[in-house]
Write a protein that binds this ligand. Sequence first.
Ligand code: TXE
Length: 499
Amino acid sequence: MTTAMSARSVQHFIAGAFEDSAESAPIDRSAPATDEVVSVVQAGGPVEVSRAVAAARAAFDDGPWPRMTGMERSVLIGRVADLIERDAATLAALDAEEVGKPIRLAEGDIAGAVGLWRYAASLALTMSGSTYTNNGPDFTGLVLREPIGVVGLIVPWNFPALILSQKLPFALAAGCTAIVKPSELTSSSAQHIMRLTEEAGFPRGVIGMVVGDGRAGQAIAEADGIDLVSFTGSTATGRRVLAASAGNLKKLSLELGGNAANVVFADADLEDAAAGVVFGVNFNNGECCVSQPRLLVEDAVADDFVAEVARQTALLRVGQPMDPRTDVGALIHAGHREKVTSYIDGASGDGAAVIFGGTRLTEGELGRGQFVAPTVIDRVAAGSAAFQDEIFGPVLTVTRFHDQDEAVRLANGVQYGLANSVWSKSVDTVLQVAKRLQSGTVYANTTIDAPPQMPFGGYKASGVGREMGQAGFEEFTELKSVNIRTGKRAGTFAIRAGA
Ligand code: TXE
């Protein structure tokens, strides 16, 4: 590991000021493609979180933000969208470098982030409840929708700016104040977005950020002054967040791991499906919660289809993240690369065979980074670890099926339920399978393809709650029933017998 001359400093953003930690030593972050230290991140903990909570609490309880009109909030959120668009190249470079993802994908993430801020700006105008007038002439029931309060937003490393944008503008649109906790591995784009919110003119304390590792996340999950935590990360850490949040029974939205299947029927457009399968598992180096590492393919076409998938996989170019020709970059860190390759090593046997890739790439300049060849493992058994676990790398397992029942059983036969794809030209097959799949998202004849209007979240161990869409916005709200009687109450409260 070497330290680049120009390592960035990433600080907390508390009560409108950027600052260092009072006590803990900062964390060095090395770029996974070069092993050079590119950022030095302050390590926050309970001290910084409690100060950020105090600022966000004051901004919510006494400040202007929740009291502004939806239109006023919408204007400020929209301004951030414009500023992210202005600084898209800078933000994309920060994420590409720290995640190790190809720059073209990082640019796509930032364009997605702009769309999310714009969409959330429009939702600020829609905040509404409902009215009941069908309980007699003297009763009116008002259901008021209110911001839930102060929210903690814990973001993982795979889509730093994008996942932050799946949470923060929606919380702001609802009138909440927020504390962001990016991953210690990829905090630089979040710091840049904090600066943009300052430039946009958000009132002091409405948005804060505590950077650091799990200690800062844990302090957010435990904080009594926080009303909701929205967390994206591993299922194991999600369980810790759930336990830590019990103190004040805060509301939780947990977007956790995934292990999606691409279910390919013999009557699919096999050309599109093969391209979709290769994209679905290698997109973002396979480090994507809706990645599709499991190919389930109908027997009748399996051999030819798998050969085509392997052929297209061989065309992928693994390389430096900043090279626009790169399709697959470096994995997030050495430990993760070890984990990914251990699944490849453990998958052979029991009839399974690595038919493409399967190795760490160490040639030339790739030798300094965490590069793994895109890999295809054929004839993987449903009980194996490679099939069951979230590998989170560019590794495709192939399993064959005979009919729709078996396809659905295999697709649903894992603990996760975030997303799956189905490929068939038959509308019957597509709808039948979509209804039977246990996942919060089903892509049909496409993959990893979701506009901001579509709610996103998991079944089973993939989480609770939804992000994006109207449902994602409403996660950040609370309902209040106001039960109103009109007219004289005489005789209504007859608690005493005979009164
Ligand atoms: O995630 P963590 P990790 C999966 C993927 C990956 C594995 C481990 O399989 O290999 O998780 O990744 C913060 N209380 N996903 O260890 O720990 C942490 O600082 C509160 C899937 O990096 O879940 C970071 O900001 N917060 C996933 C965030 O939680 C805590 C994306 C996520 O880190 C905490 C990432 C604690 N006790 C990994 N400990 C997806 N769904 O896309 C850590 N954190």
